[in-house]
Design a binder for this molecule. Structure first.
Ligand code: URP
Ligand code: ZN
Ligand code: ZN
Length: 495
């Protein structure tokens, strides 16, 4: 695109970072799309001064629970308005929340319901994953292929929670379907019976406090289920993505599986970098504010997650924003008498996800600015079929970006956040670096600490097939089962 064309907006003089490079340049935006990136572009109808700022791709948060009924039957505190506003204030311009099928519900209706609610409220762009609780014949043969055609190219499955849990046979069915149709299976990997068994014994002994959530969700429950999920995927040679990796052993498992040639991908979240089980061990019910599944673990696991994000073992950094209020609607259904089994699982993080990693990762020298971009935006776009329009700064992509002031110091407080949760696990944390202007498809969404766009102005994005990012060859022989079983489809293109 020639640089003498006129632009709607020119973002001038910023330091641009993509997942691969850093350069000083202007960005010319026309019709919501990046039309030019060059050193000296002519003025746009509007000029945005970016000197002294990092200009980064808008974040993609590919794991958020918004206006969603959880596995425990709790409605999240954020709707598609508060959730997307909160995301935008933290530098995120695209989210992929879940449309949750609960047993007995038909997938087309579930998807239509979520689409309708998001359309009316979202202020930034969004896709959907489908939470799949009932992979019956009709779902596998009709509804999932149809959902994939409509741009829902990833499904989350659970190995725990009574209402959602799939058995190994069902997991194989879903993995095989995804392999055939070019979709990705995201797995919540925790061993259901280990957790149930420990929890029952804890409760029998009168151990009800929030801190026992971390005891019941032992790290071995995560390790065992993660290993099983990886084995099931490798058995039929299809990609799998482990979400919210918390434990050091899981990071190691993923790394080993990748070296063996498994198409194994993994995500982690702020709570596993910045919280530990000690936070759950707070006086009274306070610890409930830090309870999510899997729970934050210890300093060793925190370090393993940092290492995994740095070396690429964990390619995605998402919030797993699972917002529940600290009252009877969420964390405390029976007030002070609530046991750790009854409180809603999940922590908020959609707004602070990027500022936390920017401050503690980039500004502290743990990761580079390019790694920050990859972990918060580009890898999500590739993994979830959005790279044709989002996740980077390049001509032809949507003008989704944020201007980050690296010197701005912020002390985190609940009052400054835009979600509907009423607390933050990161209260009082001092951060350096903040996204001061956020743009989605060339629309300034956040500026001067104010929301600039209307409710419902975000758009649904139909996602394409995920793009594998790991080398195919590994040290283990490839599975012969796909050939023997006559499996055919996108995961097995040579058959
Ligand atoms: O505790 C969490 N993470 N709750 C949200 C639901 C889920 O499993 O991701
Ligand atoms: Zn989960
Ligand atoms: Zn989640």
């Amino acid at each position: 695109m020639s640089s003498d064309a006129s632009f709607d907006i020119t973002v001038r003089g910023g330091r641009i970072a993509t997942d691969r490079e850093i350069r000083h340049a202007d960005i010319g935006i026309r019709d919501g799309v990046i039309a030019a990136i060059e050193e000296h572009l002519p003025p746009g109808r509007e000029d945005i001064a970016a000197a002294g700022r990092w200009v980064l791709p808008g974040g993609i948060d590919s794991h958020v629970h918004i206006e969603q009924l959880s596995g425990m039957g709790k409605m999240s505190a954020d709707d598609f308005h508060s959730g997307t506003v909160s995301a935008a204030f933290g530098g995120t311009t695209t989210i992929i929340p879940f449309a949750a099928q609960h047993r007995g519900k038909r997938i087309p209706e579930v998807l239509a319901d979520y689409a309708q609610r998001a359309r009316e409220k979202a202020v930034i762009d969004y896709g959907f994953h489908l939470i799949l609780a009932d992979p019956d014949e009709e779902a596998l043969s009709q509804h999932l292929p149809q959902a994939i055609r409509e741009g829902i190219t990833s499904f989350k499955v659970y190995m725990t929670y009574d209402a959602l849990k799939l058995d190994d046979h069902q997991l194989l069915d879903v993995l095989a379907l995804a392999g055939r149709e070019g979709a990705l299976v995201m797995v919540h990997a925790e061993n259901h019976d280990m957790i149930r068994w420990i929890a029952q014994r804890l409760l029998d002994r009168g151990h009800k406090a929030p801190k026992f959530h971390a005891v019941a969700h032992d790290t071995l429950a995560e390790t065992e289920a993660s290993h099983r999920a990886i084995a099931l995927a490798r058995l039929i040679d299809v990609p799998v993505l482990l979400v919210h990796v918390a434990g050091a052993e899981t990071v190691q498992l993923v790394r080993s599986a990748q070296k063996l040639g498994g198409k194994v991908y993994a995500e982690s979240c702020p709570q596993y970098l910045f919280l530990t089980a000690d936070d759950i061990d707070a006086p009274g019910m306070e610890g409930a504010k830090f309870c999510c599944s899997p729970p934050p673990r210890d300093a060793r696991s925190q370090q393993a997650v940092w290492d995994g994000l740095k070396d690429g073992t964990l390619g995605l950094y998402s919030s797993d924003h699972a917002p529940y209020r600290f009252d009877e609607s969420g964390k405390l259904p029976r007030g002070e008498a609530t046991t750790f089994k009854e409180m809603a699982n999940g922590v908020p993080g959609i707004e602070l996800r990027m500022p936390l990693l920017f401050s503690e990762g980039v500004m502290q020298g743990r990761i580079t600015i390019n790694e920050f971009v990859a972990l918060t935006a580009t890898n999500h776009a590739r993994m979830y079929g959005l790279a044709h329009c989002k996740g980077n700064l390049a001509v032809g992509l949507d003008a989704d970006l944020a201007l980050w002031n690296p010197e701005r110091e912020v002390t985190v407080g609940t009052a400054m956040l835009h979600d509907n949760v009423g607390y933050t696990p990161y209260e009082g944390k001092r951060l350096r670096g903040w996204p001061e202007l956020v743009m989605s498809r060339g629309r300034v969404v956040v500026k001067d600490n104010l929301l600039q766009v209307a409710r419902g102005s975000g758009r649904y994005v139909a996602r394409r097939s995920p793009q594998a990012t790991l080398p195919a060859a590994g040290t283990a022989p490839a599975s012969r089962l796909p050939a023997l079983l006559g499996l055919r489809g996108k995961a097995w293109p040579t058959l």
